[in-house]
Ligand binder design. Structure first.
Ligand SMILES: Cc1ncc(COP(=O)(O)O)c(C=O)c1O
Length: 412
């Protein structure tokens, strides 16, 4: 059965600057050493477990590729998205630095969990702007390590997502404008109040914290490679500010240097800053209200650090209409082709939708060598992070899909 993912309206742009060298400038952002530090911390956190890699052989066959591996982040630390890896790790690093500055000692992980420096942790307020998932991670990290937390959300963030952040004890402030306006408001308030911004995006003069965030994200790529028998030939990575895509691309690139798999970015039509940036050959800001259903990808400005990696690390960008994402959510929820049903949220499915769009365009697919021998790795970056939105779009609830997945497993 051919999955019905409506991709008309999708657009594809190839990157004229794509390259093969993982340069010293990239090493300075993401290296094996910085990843090992993140890995040893994150794997020691309570509740750590690798997330599953789900193979979708029937969907792969229907779309015309050799294999599709879907890294299902819906269960990550019980937060519902891969973002748990990044913001919380950056909070931990900030706290460790403050403890080292104040005591002259480098704390151990156990010191943090046993509250040995709780008085210092209580003096640290972390803040960020978020479309939901990053703020949830920062709030969770603040709670885990005993810091204070204030999170800024923009006008389109759903009440469900707001409540999920508040559940970790953070104060949530709703700003009037779009995502990029909330980023500025968080920064200005932090400067005034002496708080620390834990942003997942970087800009001139602000790179260390978002680099830590990206080092945490690499965990997802590390696990995925360990779960595959052969290296992927293609990565398809959805982009908000691009931090996730850059972290995954960089990790896989270091493991495969001087070669690397083809890197395909997937950007929503209403917030296509990566599409415009790669088309122009320099960072381009996209304005407007960035109103896409793919809430996690609703960003108008690329992250500086991500651009440093993806300006040569990306081969192509696919710009997707929301319709394609909704269809892909349904395909995965139904297990439409006979594969295991998966709870894939609005921002999780862009990789599958982009693959469908590329396979419709025979010229683009041929240029990318996408075909029956391709091993495609996609990242299902969230589950039903907003259960009501998910049920409305996927046509069934997350619980129904999880029950269907269990039944599917029993039949195997
Ligand atoms: C579920 C989900 N997927 C993907 C992304 C994109 O990550 P980035 O902004 O680092 O590109 C986000 C960002 O919030 C997200 O929440």
């Amino acid at each position: 059965m051919t999955p019905s993912i409506e991709t008309s309206g999708a657009a594809i742009v190839f990157n004229g600057q794509a390259g093969r060298d993982y340069t010293p400038a990239m090493e300075a952002i993401l290296s094996d050493a910085t990843f090992q530090a993140a890995r040893s911390a994150i794997t020691s956190w309570p509740g750590y477990a690798p997330t599953p890699l789900v193979f979708m052989p029937k969907l792969a066959h229907a779309l015309g590729v050799g294999s599709i591996a879907y890294k299902d982040e819906s269960g990550r630390f019980g937060l519902g998205s891969f973002k748990a890896l990044g913001g919380a790790y950056a909070v931990m690093r900030l706290l460790m630095k403050r403890i080292a500055d104040e005591t002259g000692q480098t704390p151990e992980m156990a010191d943090l969990f046993e509250g040995r420096f709780s008085e210092i942790a209580d003096t640290l307020t972390v803040t960020c702007a978020t479309d939901g998932n990053h703020g949830r991670s920062v709030a969770w990290g603040a709670k885990l390590f005993g810091c204070r937390c204030v999170i800024f959300i923009h006008k389109d963030v759903s009440e469900g997502r707001k409540a999920a952040i508040e559940a970790f004890g953070a104060r949530v402030v709703r700003s009037a404008g779009n995502y990029d306006d909330s980023v500025r408001e968080a920064q200005e308030t932090a400067t005034r109040e002496g708080w620390f911004v834990v942003s997942d995006t970087s800009y001139p003069g602000y790179r260390d914290v978002p680099a830590n965030v990206m080092q945490g994200y690499e965990m997802m790529a590390f696990e995925a490679l360990a779960q595959m028998d052969d290296l992927p030939t293609h990565l398809i990575l959805q982009t908000g500010v691009g931090g996730m895509a850059a972290a995954v691309a960089a990790h896989v690139w270091r493991r495969t240097a001087p070669h690397r798999p083809k890197v395909i970015l997937a950007d929503p039509e209403a917030a296509a800053c990566w599409y415009e940036t790669i088309a122009a050959g320099h960072p381009v800001t996209v304005g407007g209200d960035l109103d896409t259903l793919m809430a996690g990808l609703a960003c108008g400005e690329v992250s500086e650090l991500a651009y440093d990696i993806l300006k040569t690390g990306a081969d192509v960008v696919v710009r997707l209409p929301d319709r394609a994402a909704i269809d892909a959510m349904k395909v995965l929820a139904e297990g439409a082709c006979g594969d295991k049903p998966v709870v894939a949220g609005e921002s999780a499915v862009a990789g599958i939708a982009a693959l469908a769009a590329l396979m419709e365009d025979t010229e683009a697919a041929a240029r990318l060598e996408l075909g029956p021998r391709s091993r495609v790795l996609v990242f299902g970056t969230e589950g039903d992070t907003d259960p009501a939105v998910y049920a409305r779009l996927a046509g069934r609830t997350g619980d129904e899909v999880r029950a269907a997945a269990t039944a599917w497993e029993k039949r195997q």
